[in-house]
Design a protein around this ligand. Structure first.
Ligand SMILES: Nc1ncnc2c1ncn2[C@@H]1O[C@H](COP(=O)(O)OP(=O)(O)O)[C@@H](O)[C@H]1O
Ligand SMILES: [Mg+2]
Length: 339
């Protein structure tokens, strides 16, 4: 087991109150795995990964029943040790809007070389050779190492950041919305590249995106996150073929599937709730056409459907009916009559 997260909570203190951005998330990542996490913007995805990498502001409080990386307690690890042994060496990050993360005044290659040298004892020559190899892996000509970021397209800058994340052969690479903001063709190309890279490196990948179709192509396991909580988690194929949570069904409706491009898209009306204060029930109940009174008052427990598939919903017994109705536009866009 690479990463074990149990009941992780990340709360931000603000003048308006406590924002429960991540509120009791459990998740494990194995070796050689691509774990996707999908959910709309504002659901706590970036907060979750920043808590793993210690990139949160001082206003954030992190607690967990368990937060283990290769069996080592990450919560208890002192900062210098974390920075020396874990960050980049073991867990690396391709940050959200990575294409804007390069320093405009330095050559792209130098930035990767320096990142390698900052975290290892490699000589400049070794680091340069490694960088040339990494450029090749992500599909950039090694002579582009001498270019400046402004000479790169958005997709090329994204690839450079992916090269940087691979630099020290970490066990886990976290990618936060790696294709968001790129045009569709470039997105496709990056995904294809990522699939190739996945074959070449042994690292596991934690892939974060709001676009469920991107995740379906890339991941062998998927978590569906909503308003600070993990609504459903399972093997990709199982989760796509046998979704249980109304939010998963709603997300599937809202994004084009490669397999059914002509299918009409149905959006989920409304937006994620304000995460300040207590939401005693299911955080999705305000938008859920299948909500019953209990959903408003009682938090649904994580329930295992099989030994790899977990759902937090009060209406699991009615899943056949819910699946049938979730595919109809009226269910989501007329008055709340589906329940
Ligand atoms: N520094 C912060 N202080 C207070 N609230 C924050 C902070 N950063 C994020 N949030 C809030 O936490 C919630 C989750 O945000 P985020 O983790 O960025 O979600 P996502 O990556 O899924 O879009 C949002 O409601 C957001 O407004
Ligand atoms: Mg985000």
């Amino acid at each position: 087991m690479l990463l074990e997260i149990e009941n992780l909570k990340v709360h931000y203190r603000t003048t308006a109150g406590v924002v429960k951005a991540v509120d009791g998330v459990s998740l494990t990542i194995d070796e050689n795995q691509v774990q996707g996490i999908a959910g709309e913007s504002g659901c706590g995805k970036t907060t979750l990964i920043k808590s793993l990498l210690r990139l949160l502001p001082a206003t954030a409080t992190v607690t967990a029943d368990k937060l283990l990386f290769k069996g080592r307690d990450l919560l208890a690890m002192p900062d210098p040790k974390f920075r020396r042994d874990i960050l980049w060496q073991e867990i690396s990050l391709v940050p959200q809007s990575a294409m804007n993360s390069l320093d405009p005044v330095y050559k792209v290659g130098d930035q990767v070389i320096e990142a390698i040298q900052a975290h290892s004892s490699q000589s400049r020559k070794q680091a340069a050779e490694r960088t040339a190899h990494l450029f090749d892996v992500v599909g950039l000509q090694p002579n582009l190492m001498n270019s400046y970021p402004h000479e790169f397209s958005g997709g090329m800058r994204q690839r450079a950041m992916i090269a940087m994340s691979l630099a020290l052969e970490p066990s886990l690479i976290i990618m936060d919305e790696p294709t968001t903001g790129l045009d569709v063709l470039v997105q496709e190309r990056i995904i294809r590249k990522l699939l190739e890279i996945r074959e070449q490196v042994k690292s596991s990948i934690l892939l974060i995106t709001h676009d469920i179709s991107v995740i379906a192509e890339m991941s062998n396991r998927i978590g569906i996150m909503y308003a600070g909580r993990m609504m459903e988690l399972g093997e990709s194929v199982d989760l796509f073929e046998n979704p249980y949570h109304p939010y998963t069904l709603g997300l599937k409706n809202a994004f084009p599937s490669i397999k059914a491009l002509d299918k009409e898209l149905i959006s989920i009306p409304g937006s994620p709730p304000n995460l300040i204060g207590d939401l005693p029930g299911c955080t999705f109940c305000g938008r859920c056409p299948f909500a019953v009174p209990r959903c408003d008052s009682e938090r649904p427990a994580d329930t295992w459907i099989n030994d790899r598939h977990r759902v937090a919903c009060h209406r699991l017994d009615d899943v056949a009916d819910i699946r049938a109705k979730a595919g109809e536009k009226d269910t989501w866009h007329s008055s709340k009559s589906a329940a």
